[in-house]
Design a protein around this ligand. Structure first.
Ligand SMILES: Nc1ncnc2c1ncn2[C@@H]1O[C@H](COP(=O)(O)OP(=O)(O)OP(=O)(O)O)[C@@H](O)[C@H]1O
Ligand SMILES: N[C@@H](CCO)C(=O)O
Length: 317
C-alpha cells in the first residue's frame, strides 16, 4: 500500500485541532494512489482527506491551492484546501506539505461506458472554460515535452529492440511538432484524468481529485490523456462509441480548432509517451517495494496502437 508516511493518533490530533472541526473519531491510511500519502479522516463535523505531499512539485503547493479554489468557486466538483481558524491552507506534518480537504462522495469505476465518458468530457470542458485564455494560472509542467525527450533518450537503452523503435519514432514526432503543440489553445489542464482520479455515483460524476499534475498547457493534451484511459479496450484499441461520447460532450462546450483536429493523432501518442515513461521510471525506482506500480506495458501497447491512428478529430470548428 502507498502510505509512505505513517501517522500516530496524537500527532494527527495536534495537527487537526486548529481546523476547529471537532474531535478525531477515526482515521485510515488509503492504499490507492502511488505518489502521495492520503488518509481518510473522520471528525465530529464531517469526513475529510488528509494529503501529505511526498514528491513532485512540493514548492508549488500555493498554485494547486489557488487552482482548486478557482475551480471550486466555479462550482466544479473538486476538493479544495480547508483553512484553519487562522486562515492557513498549506500546513506541514512530519516535514511534508499537508492539506486537509473535504472527502468527495462516490467511488472509482473500473469499466467505463459511454455515459461515464460523456460526463468526463463535459467536466473537462467546464474545467477548461473556467481557466482558458487570460484566466489561466501559469504553471509549467515538470513532465512536458522537454522532459519526455530527455527522459526518453535516457531510458531507451533499457528497452528491447521493438520498444526502442516505438519510442524513437514517438520522440522524433514530438521533437518535430513541439512548436505546433505548444501553440495550441491553452488553459489549466488536470493532466492526469484517469479513472482512478474521478468519483462516480452510478453514472453521475461526483468528483475529480488529484490535481498534483495540473499545470497550464494545451487543452487538447488533457483530452488525449483522458481519452487514452477512459476509451481504450483491453488491447489498447480506442473504443469508438466511448470516444465519440467523450469528445462530443467536450466539443458541445468548446469546439476544437482546425489545428487541434490536425494534431489529434500526434497528441494521442504524446499522451501515451508521457505515461509510458513515468511508469517505466516508477517501476525502476520502486522495484521490490510495497508501492502501487502501474504497468508500463499498458502504455507501450496503447502507443503502438495509436501509431495506426491517422484520422483527425471530429467535432472541429
Ligand atoms: N477528496 C477526496 N475525496 C474522496 N476520496 C479521496 C479524495 N482524495 C483522495 N481520495 C482517495 O484517495 C485515493 C488516493 O488519492 P490520489 O489519487 O490523490 O493519490 P496519489 O498518490 O496522488 O495517486 P496517483 O497514483 O493517482 O498519483 C484516491 O483513489 C481516492 O480513493
Ligand atoms: N495516472 C498515472 C499515475 C499518477 O500520475 C498512471 O496511471 O500512470
Amino acid at each position: 500500500m502507498s502510505v509512505f508516511t505513517p501517522l500516530a493518533r496524537p500527532e494527527l490530533e495536534t495537527f487537526l485541532a486548529p481546523y476547529g472541526l471537532g474531535r478525531l473519531l477515526d482515521f485510515q491510511g488509503i492504499a490507492a494512489g502511488s505518489e502521495n500519502t492520503n488518509f481518510f479522516i473522520s471528525l465530529e463535523q464531517g469526513e475529510f482527506v488528509l494529503t501529505l505531499v511526498e514528491r513532485g512539485p512540493v514548492a508549488e503547493m500555493p498554485f494547486f491551492i489557488e487552482l482548486l479554489d478557482v475551480l471550486h468557486d466555479a462550482d466544479l466538483p473538486v476538493p479544495y484546501a480547508l483553512r484553519t481558524t487562522d486562515g492557513i491552507a498549506l500546513r506541514e506534518l512530519k516535514g511534508k506539505p499537508a492539506l486537509l480537504q473535504p472527502r468527495l462522495a462516490g467511488k472509482h469505476i473500473k469499466e467505463a461506458n459511454a455515459q461515464h465518458c460523456a460526463q468526463v468530457g463535459e467536466l473537462l470542458g467546464h474545467l477548461h472554460l473556467a481557466t482558458q485564455g487570460e484566466k489561466v494560472l501559469e504553471r509549467k509542467t515538470d513532465r512536458g515535452l522537454e522532459w519526455m525527450l530527455s527522459e526518453g533518450a535516457q531510458l531507451i537503452s533499457h528497452l528491447n529492440e521493438t520498444q526502442q523503435r516505438l519510442l524513437r519514432d514517438a520522440l522524433a514526432e514530438i521533437d518535430a511538432h513541439k512548436a505546433d503543440i505548444l501553440g495550441l489553445p491553452r488553459a489549466n489542464v488536470h493532466a492526469d484524468l484517469f479513472r482512478d482520479n474521478a468519483m462516480f455515483e452510478g453514472t453521475h460524476l461526483t468528483g475529480l481529485i488529484d490535481f498534483y499534475n495540473a499545470c497550464s498547457g494545451p487543452m487538447l493534451y488533457d483530452v488525449a490523456i483522458a481519452l487514452n484511459d477512459w476509451c481504450s479496450d483491453a488491447e489498447g484499441v480506442i473504443d469508438g462509441h466511448r470516444a465519440r461520447a467523450l469528445l462530443g460532450a467536450y466539443a458541445g462546450l468548446r469546439a476544437f480548432t482546425a489545428k487541434e483536429a490536425e494534431l489529434w493523432p500526434t497528441m494521442l501518442r504524446v499522451a501515451c509517451v508521457r505515461f509510458w515513461l513515468s511508469r517505466l521510471i516508477a517501476a525502476e525506482s520502486f522495484a521490490g517495494q510495497d508501492v502501487l506500480i502501474h504497468d508500463p506495458a499498458e502504455f507501450e501497447h496503447r502507443l503502438a496502437q495509436r501509431q495506426q491512428v491517422t484520422v483527425q478529430l471530429p467535432f472541429a470548428l
